[in-house]
Design a binder for this molecule. Structure first.
Ligand code: SF4
Length: 322
């Protein structure tokens, strides 16, 4: 089958749009969609200038998503003095997994000549995920611990690095799964938080002085297209499953979405666009209700929390007590 835009052979077919694209036009299409998302979400503020440059910290895991995001943002802004990119890699202490993806991050940052910082659970918290999984003091999934520690380090370091924006490589499949999970779990406040934390134009989100705003410029690109883009460009992405991956419910939703997408192409796009609209409305409603929620400093580490001791510090306490 030929490309719809030229006479070259197509390397992909997108059932949701009907497009058959050759390598050149496929790459161009991915890049255009990422840049369009950066514009639609107003990620470059109007007052950004060479005198007022913006620091964008990218959560760089070394997987295909964050590697593709870093590459495209670099090519978009390399000549733009208003934006400085910094890669931030979190090392969880997972034998044979993160060491290899860290190599991919180091290679990419060196090739693009961008600043790259690495922080580890071991240095920061004196724990390794391999040991946490073995001891499991709270009897819960590995990702439930890991997610809390990762979020804490990402926000702390984003702040320390003077970030104006924290960017992650979530793709369309990730976001459609999260949207469906939040709706199926009936957790309306989570829907509102998701919007204010990372969706929609920055100008429409609630300003939260305590947190660096988040952005997900890959969220219009299906996972398979991100993987194909990384492969075609021979980017140094590390593609292996974490040995402690335990998000069973997310896996079920993923399978459900594969089936729906096959029978009804475009399902993921419509879930996400409907969800973003809904989340914006819910966030607006919840802002009034949450005026009374008191944010305070964790008595242990000083981070912003709604409780006396933040979730990270309580988890660390139970891990150390084993
Ligand atoms: Fe951590 Fe779970 Fe991701 Fe593994 S899959 S790195 S345990 S969050």
């Amino acid at each position: 089958m030929d490309c719809n835009r030229c006479d070259d052979a197509a390397v992909m077919h997108a059932a949701y749009s009907g497009a058959h694209l050759c390598e050149h036009h496929f790459r161009e299409s991915v890049e255009k969609r990422v840049r369009r998302r950066v514009r639609r979400d107003d990620l470059v503020p109007k007052d950004a200038s060479p005198e007022n440059p913006q620091t964008w910290v990218i959560g760089l895991s070394g997987g295909k998503d964050s590697v593709v995001l870093t590459q495209i943002l670099h090519e978009t802004f390399a000549e733009d003095p208003r934006i400085e990119l910094v890669g931030l890699t979190i090392h969880e202490g997972i034998e044979g997994y993160r060491d290899r993806s860290l190599e991919a991050c180091v290679d990419l940052a060196a090739a693009l000549e961008i600043r790259h910082e690495v922080v580890s659970y071991e240095e920061e918290f004196d724990i390794r995920m391999d040991e946490v999984v073995e001891e499991d003091p709270e009897n819960m999934a590995a990702c439930a611990y890991c997610g809390v520690f990762r979020r804490d380090l990402l926000s702390n370091y984003a702040e320390q690095l003077g970030a104006d924006l924290m960017l992650t490589g979530h793709n369309l499949d990730d976001e459609a799964q999260t949207a469906l999970m939040n709706v199926l779990e009936g957790d309306v406040s989570q829907v509102a938080k998701h919007f204010d934390a990372s969706l929609g134009p920055l100008s429409e989100r609630e300003e939260q002085d305590e947190f660096v705003p988040r952005a997900k410029p890959l969220r219009d690109i299906p996972e398979k297209e991100v993987a194909l883009y990384a492969h075609l460009r021979d980017l140094p992405a590390h593609i292996t499953e974490c040995p402690h991956s335990s998000e069973a419910y997310r896996g079920e939703i993923q399978q459900l979405l594969y089936g729906l997408e096959e029978n009804h192409p475009g399902t993921r796009h419509s879930i996400l666009s409907g969800y973003e609209e809904l989340a914006g409305i819910v966030a607006e409603r919840y802002r009034g209700d949450e005026d009374g929620v008191e944010l305070r400093e964790c008595v242990e580490c000083g981070s912003t929390t709604t409780r006396e001791t933040c979730r990270k510090c309580s988890l660390l306490e139970s891990i150390r007590a084993v």
